[in-house]
Every structure is written in structure tokens, then in C-alpha cells.
Design a protein around this ligand. Structure first.
Ligand code: UDP
Length: 484
């Protein structure tokens, strides 16, 4: 597609699970156009992106560091993203991000002067609604990009904007925007959201940002039209703007994916991991990971290890110190049952990977039969695009709504438990793992459905002229309609 050379600026939220889809989106737009794209963020995040693009740089992809000083905002030094910030200070990081505004304005002014016109549009994160004001003041289109799925996005937005759980004493509540008979549960709220009353730091950050993001000219969603019919129908009604589904955007830069964002190498070499996976039969291994910034509690970790051992199913577990400890720090054997690591190493029944695992490579291995996941949206897409069903253990953000959708709408998930506060027994762990990993019954059905979703995702990305997939058509429409 021929397009006049124009500039697009992108502003992702400061978290690994947002930076990577933004980078993937930039690459996808560049494939479809001759635009020039600048991704703006804090210096440390730009540094991570720099290392991610170094293996395949593009002359039209630029990175712009915006000055940011965490300590001025009471944050520890070098705390520039959600993975680095101690969990209680996450809302403060959000509030501190508002100080990027004058620096973004300066960047847009510079581009405007250099190119004798403002950028064509600014694509910003749903958590950075303030960017839409900047865009409007330059007469530039503002496009909101949600790195989450449609169902999770509408649920999370509506709950933040309406705080419906505050209006009832019941544990169950209705979320505006959903069909009348849908019910959500208090345990599906992150503890910060449960306590939110409109005046706390989380509300002060999220509520205005989400409200502002609803003013954008269009939305891009990292999902596939065919896999989330209900979520998309609700989202379109809720925000009243065109929504372009261009997913799945999967990480393309293994440099960023296989190395921890702080520069630490993956817990074990990829070859060792693949070698171990090769020893196992098709669909027999359970993969366990809680994403880039979460961990479970100490007692939950113990129950998970015990149930896992009792289930006798092979597993790969990317393991981090439990909540309350430095989750990027070293792992201590005392957090697992006595002798656990020795037993599984000797029996070759499992592989424990400290800190960071090569997730994409693991999920695409044919020996993987299910993924025990916190249901972060990137993990969901990576799992489903490989036809792998999900055992949900949502911990925060919109993960509980993703987990609900996987189970109730798609039939590819079953929730084991939710939040770090839940009491999990080893019996429950064992029962759910056995149910999902079994060759017959519900596990088999989930695997079948996951394969169907994988096929829908594959078709959505078809480039062939005569049968272009929905995501390819949406990207084309976005470029020709919105960016023309
Ligand atoms: N990831 C990885 N190795 C790990 C943990 C996470 O490669 O050990 C990647 C994973 O493949 C995904 C991202 O980090 O692309 C996590 O994003 P997600 O939305 O699932 O969760 P978040 O980290 O944002 O909570």
C-alpha cells in the first residue's frame, strides 16, 4: 500500500506487557505503509526497546526518550516501569507519568517544526488518556490502543469509571455495559480496585485517564474479530468510536522476549529448555508462569508445588520469589516443599526456570498441553495462537475478566483460583491440573476449542489477496481510512 511519508508518534504505558505490543504494532503499520514512527517513553524503557529492535532495525522506526526522574515522585531510583516498581507504588508511577506531558509536547513541536506539519496521529495507551489532549492541541488525530482484549478492556474501564461494587453490599454486582444477567464478583477485583473510592491514588490516576481515552478518534485492539464477538460488541457500544482489531500482535523480537527486561538472561538456555521439552510426548506438559510482574503468595506457592507433584504431570514452571519479596531477586529453596527441586530434577518430571522463561518458544512446542497462567492478555494470545488451553489464576489488572471470558465465552479455560489472597489447596491444584491435562473429557474439549481459536487467529492474519484475513483487512482500513 502506498502512503505519503508522514509521521506517527506512539506513547505506550510503562510496562513490558504494553511496550512489546506497541512495538509489534509499529512494525505492523510499517509493513503496510511508508510512515515514519517514533515511540516515546521514559529513558529506561526506550533503552529496553532499543535492545529489542537492535536485531532488526528499521530506518522508519525511531525512539524518543522523554525526561523522567522517579525519585522526584518518591519512587526508588530507576523505577520507570511496572516491573521495577514495588506493587504499593504502582499508582504513584501512574501519577508520575503525567509529568511526561510537557516533554511529549516538546517532541511534537520539534517534529512539527522539522516536517512543517504535525504528526498524522498519536497512538497512545488506554492508560495514558492525557495524550489525547496533547494530540488535540496540535490538531493531530488521537488513536487509543488497548493492549488488552475487548472483553477485558470494557470490563476494566467500566468498573473503574463506575465503581459498581461500591454501590452494593452483595459480593456480586452488575457492570454497566454488560448484558443485564452478567454478574461479576468482588474477588474479581484487584485489592486496590476493591478499596477504590474515587479519591485514592489509583482512582486519581485511572479514572481521568480512562475517561480521556474515550475521546479518541479511533481505537485499535490487540484482538481478533472472530474470537471475541461479545467483547467487541460491548466495547463498540461503550466507547462509540471505530474499533480496529488487528491482532494477535505477538512479540517478534526474541532479544526482548528471551531476556528479562532488566537485562538479566533467561533462567536457563533455550536449548536446554527445548531439549527437555523434546523428551515429552505431545500435549503432555503443563507450562506455568505468572507474567512479567506478578507472583503468588508463599503459601499458594507451596500448595501449587505439592498439587503439581501429586498430579504427576510433567511441567515447566517459571518461578519467582513470592509476593512480599523482591520478585526479581534470587529464589530460595525454602519456598518449595523440602527436596522438591531434587526430586523433579532426578525424575526429569519437571523443569523449574528461575526468573524469566522463553515463553513463546515454550508455548509453541508440541509437548505443551496446557498453560497455568495469570491470564495477562499477551500470555492469553500467545497460548491460544498455539492452540493451548488455559488454567486461569488471575492476579490483577483485567486478568480476572480475561479468565472469565476464556471459561464462559470461549470454553478454552478453567479458573483454578484468583488473586494472591485466595486459599488454594493442593487437592484443588491436583484436581484441576488432572482435569485439564487428561486425554478425555473436559480437557480434551478445551484443547479442541483452543485449536479452533488458533485456526481463527491464523486465518485473521492471512495476507493472500483473494482471502485476506480480518486483522489484515482491519489494518488496511485503519491506514486508509483513519490515517489518510
Ligand atoms: N514473558 C516471557 N517470559 C516470562 C514471563 C513473561 O517471555 O518468564 C512474556 C510473555 O511471553 C508475554 C509478556 O512477557 O509476552 C507478559 O505479558 P502479559 O500480558 O501476559 O502479562 P503481564 O506481564 O503484562 O502481567
Amino acid at each position: 500500500m502506498e502512503t505519503e511519508k508522514c509521521h506517527i508518534v506512539m506513547v505506550p504505558f510503562m510496562a513490558h506487557g504494553h511496550l512489546i505490543p506497541f512495538l509489534a504494532l509499529a512494525r505492523q503499520i510499517l509493513q503496510n505503509s511508508s510512515f515514519s514512527i517514533t515511540i516515546a517513553n521514559t529513558p529506561l524503557n526506550i533503552h529496553y526497546l532499543q535492545s529489542a529492535i537492535s536485531s532488526s532495525p528499521s530506518p522508519n522506526l525511531h525512539l524518543a526518550p522523554l525526561p523522567f526522574h522517579p525519585t522526584i515522585h518518591g519512587l526508588p531510583p530507576n523505577t520507570e516501569n511496572a516491573e521495577k516498581v514495588p506493587p504499593p507504588l504502582l499508582a504513584d508511577l501512574g501519577l508520575a507519568s503525567l509529568t511526561l506531558q510537557p516533554h511529549l509536547r516538546a517532541l511534537i513541536s520539534t517534529i512539527t517544526q522539522q516536517e512543517a506539519r504535525p504528526p498524522l496521529c498519536i497512538i497512545y495507551d488506554v492508560f495514558f488518556g492525557w495524550v489525547s489532549d496533547v494530540a488535540k492541541s496540535f490538531g493531530t488525530k488521537s488513536i487509543c490502543f488497548t493492549t488488552c482484549g475487548a472483553y477485558g478492556t470494557i470490563a476494566y474501564m467500566s468498573i473503574w469509571l463506575n465503581l459498581p461494587h461500591r454501590k452494593t453490599d452483595s459480593d456480586e454486582f452488575y457492570v454497566p455495559g454488560f448484558p443485564q444477567h452478567y454478574r461479576f464478583h468482588r474477588t474479581q477485583l484487584h485489592r486496590f480496585l476493591r478499596r477504590a473510592d474515587g479519591t485514592d491514588a489509583w482512582s486519581r490516576f485511572f479514572q481521568p485517564q480512562i475517561a480521556l481515552s474515550m475521546n479518541s478518534d479511533a481505537w485499535i485492539c490487540n484482538t481478533v474479530e472472530e474470537i471475541e464477538p461479545l467483547g467487541l460488541q460491548l466495547l463498540r457500544k461503550f466507547i462509540d468510536s471505530p474499533v480496529y482489531c488487528i491482532g494477535p500482535l505477538l512479540p517478534t523480537d526474541s532479544g526482548m522476549n528471551s531476556k528479562h527486561r532488566s537485562g538479566k538472561e533467561s533462567g536457563i538456555p533455550l536449548e536446554d529448555c527445548l531439549q527437555w521439552l523434546n523428551l515429552n510426548p505431545k500435549s503432555s506438559v503443563l507450562y506455568i508462569s505468572f507474567g512479567s510482574q506478578n507472583s503468588i503468595s508463599e503459601t499458594q506457592m507451596m500448595a501449587l508445588a505439592e498439587g503439581l507433584e501429586e498430579s504427576k504431570k510433567p511441567f515447566i514452571w517459571v518461578i519467582r520469589p513470592p509476593l512480599g519479596f523482591d520478585i526479581n531477586g534470587d529464589f530460595k529453596a525454602e519456598w518449595l516443599p523440602l527436596g522438591f527441586e531434587d526430586r523433579i530434577r532426578e525424575s526429569k518430571r519437571g523443569l523449574v526456570i528461575p526468573k524469566w522463561g522463553p515463553q513463546l518458544e515454550i508455548l509453541s512446542h508440541e509437548s505443551i498441553g496446557a498453560f497455568l497462567s495469570h491470564c495477562g492478555w499477551n500470555s492469553v494470545l500467545e497460548s491460544l495462537s498455539n492452540g493451548v488451553p488455559i488454567i486461569g489464576w488471575p492476579l490483577g489488572a483485567e486478568q480476572a475478566y480475561n479468565s472469565k471470558m476464556l471459561e464462559e465465552e470461549m470454553g478454552v479455560g478453567v479458573e483454578l483460583t484468583r488473586t494472591v489472597e485466595s486459599v488454594v489447596t493442593r487437592e484443588k491444584v491436583k484436581k484441576v491440573i488432572e482435569m485439564v491435562m487428561e486425554e478425555e473429557g473436559r480437557g480434551k474439549e478445551m484443547r479442541k476449542k483452543a485449536k479452533e481459536i488458533a485456526e481463527m487467529m491464523r486465518k485473521a492474519k492471512r495476507e493472500e489477496e483473494e482471502e485476506k484475513g480480518s486483522s489484515v483487512r482491519a489494518m488496511h482500513d485503519f491506514v486508509t481510512t483513519i490515517l489518510s
